[in-house]
Design a protein. Structure first.
Length: 227
């Protein structure tokens, strides 16, 4: 698969076209396997657990040795995600919380954070700068492009921390393309896969029309270094 490509397809099968040990970092926000429905009635395709193990086995294969994967997940089905991670060969290197300035739902608790696991393949060395395991969610959600759209402000520091400057970022659940756009903004190559034709079209258009200013990229990199 050529760099800076967004494929329309099921990642369980599309990942087979990516060479083993060719990707520097995976950053992804997959379905939380809870059959989610947004407040305006939108749903997520493939929002069930059967894809978990085959997808993460492929992700482990395509990652280079001594690299990282950051995966958002749904806490209510954490055991399914953890089993898939470990079955693939990853070990859990950390857990990241994203506190929000708003409540996104209520049951026994008021839900006010997102979370992700830092997964490790191999034994990478410790970085000179360790990213904090709490990254504040500064943006209120618009979700106009996708019902579970993540803000660029929480994706940029993850790419800066875990993908080398000349590396390739892979998102096999690309949605509206936010991860891929963040990679482009930071001067990284990207590969994406999206199952839903509607969101594949949205992400493709977004990536094609995004204007990346080199000065903006430099400011992002400097700000992240100083955090």
């Amino acid at each position: 698969m050529q760099p800076n490509t967004l494929i329309h397809g099921d990642c369980r099968y599309a990942l087979r076209d990516i060479a083993s040990a060719s990707v520097d970092f995976v950053l992804t926000d997959p379905p939380y396997v809870g059959r989610y429905t947004s407040r305006d009635g939108r749903t997520i395709r493939n929002d069930h657990w059967t894809w978990l193990k085959p997808a993460f086995r492929e992700l482990y294969r395509v990652l280079k040795r001594d690299t990282f994967c950051v995966c958002f997940y749904g806490w209510a089905h954490a055991e399914k995600f953890i089993n898939a991670f470990r079955d693939a060969g990853f070990f859990i290197g950390g857990h990241i919380s994203f506190p929000k300035p708003y409540v996104s739902g209520k049951r026994y608790l008021a839900y006010q954070q997102e979370a992700a696991y830092l997964l490790v393949k191999g034994r990478p060395g410790k970085p000179g700068y360790a990213l904090a395991d709490v990254i504040h969610w500064k943006d209120f959600p618009k979700n106009d492009l996708h019902p579970t759209q993540k803000p660029l402000s929480v994706l940029l520091p993850l790419i800066e921390a875990f993908c080398p400057p000349s590396g390739t970022v892979l998102d096999p659940f690309a949605g509206s393309g936010s991860t891929l756009l963040a990679a482009k903004m930071l001067g990284r190559s990207y590969l994406g896969i999206e199952l839903d034709a509607k969101y594949h079209k949205v992400a493709s258009r977004r990536l094609a029309t995004a204007q990346v200013n080199p000065a903006t990229v430099a400011r992002h990199a400097q700000a992240l270094t100083l955090q």
